[in-house]
Ligand binder design. Structure first.
Ligand SMILES: N[C@@H](CCC(=O)N[C@@H](CS)C(=O)NCC(=O)O)C(=O)O
Length: 208
C-alpha cells in the first residue's frame, strides 16, 4: 500500500495519474494547502520542503520509504511498476530530459504565471508580462516537441507525459486568453491523452 499525501493541484494529479496507470494500491491522505496543513509538524517529517505531493511506500524493500518531490516519486513508481520509463537508454534519456524540464521549468513557471494571471487587478503589469512571456515560450517549446513526436519523451507514453499533462491542461486555456496563441500540437496531444481511462481517473480522483 502507498499513502499519497496530496492536494487538488497539478503536482498532486501527476502522482494520481501514475498510480492509476500502474494499477498500484494507494490511499489518498489530503493535505489542505489552502488551510496551511503543509506546514504542520507531522507533514514536515514526510515532506521537508512543506509541499505536496509526498508518498510513503509501505511495501518498499527494507521497510516503509518516504519520498517527496513529484519527479522523484514518478521515477520511484515507474521503476517499482516496471512501466512508463523505456529500457532503451536513448529513449529513457529523452523521457528523463522532458521529466526534468517539467519539474525544473514548465511547472514552476506556469505556477508563477497562474498566480499573477489570477490576480491581475492586484499586481504590477511587469511580473504578469514576465511570466506570461515565459509561459508562452515554454508552451512553444512543448508545441515544437510534439510536432516531432507522438509523446513528449518519444514514441511511447511515459513519466514525462504524466508530469506535463496536468500542468498543460491547467495553464493553457488561461494563457490562450492572455496571449492568443494556438499550440495545435499540444492540443492534439492533450486530446489523445484524455482518451486514457486511467489518466482520466487520476485527474478526477482529487476533484471536489
Ligand atoms: N518541486 C515540487 C513542487 C511541489 C509544489 O509546488 N506543490 C505545491 C502544490 S502544486 C504546494 O505544496 N504548495 C504549498 C505551498 O507552497 O505552501 C514537486 O515537483 O513536487
Amino acid at each position: 500500500m502507498i499513502d499519497v499525501h496530496t492536494w487538488k493541484t497539478p503536482n498532486g494529479r501527476k502522482i494520481a495519474i501514475m498510480l492509476e496507470e500502474a494499477r498500484l494500491d494507494y490511499q489518498v491522505k489530503l493535505v489542505d494547502i489552502t488551510r496551511n496543513e503543509q506546514f504542520g509538524p507531522a507533514f514536515l517529517k514526510i515532506s521537508p520542503n512543506n509541499k505536496i505531493p509526498a508518498i510513503v511506500d509501505h511495501d518498499a524493500p527494507g521497510g516503509p520509504l518516504t519520498i517527496c518531490e513529484s519527479g522523484a516519486i514518478l521515477l520511484h513508481l515507474a521503476e517499482r511498476a516496471g512501466m512508463f520509463l523505456s529500457s532503451d537508454a536513448r529513449v529513457r534519456a529523452s523521457e528523463l530530459q522532458w521529466l526534468f524540464w517539467q519539474v525544473g521549468g514548465f511547472g514552476p513557471m506556469l505556477g508563477q504565471f497562474s498566480h499573477f494571471a489570477g490576480r491581475k487587478d492586484a499586481v504590477d503589469p511587469y511580473p504578469l508580462k514576465r511570466f506570461t512571456d515565459e509561459a508562452a515560450r515554454l508552451f512553444g517549446v512543448l508545441d515544437r516537441r510534439l510536432g516531432e513526436t507522438e509523446h513528449v519523451g518519444g514514441p511511447a507514453y511515459s513519466v514525462a507525459d504524466m508530469a506535463i499533462y496536468p500542468w498543460s491542461v491547467y495553464a493553457r486555456a488561461r494563457l490562450e486568453t492572455a496571449a492568443s496563441t494556438g499550440f495545435s500540437n499540444v492540443a492534439r496531444w492533450e486530446a489523445q491523452l484524455a482518451q486514457r481511462p486511467a489518466l482520466g481517473r487520476g485527474m478526477a480522483s482529487l476533484s471536489t
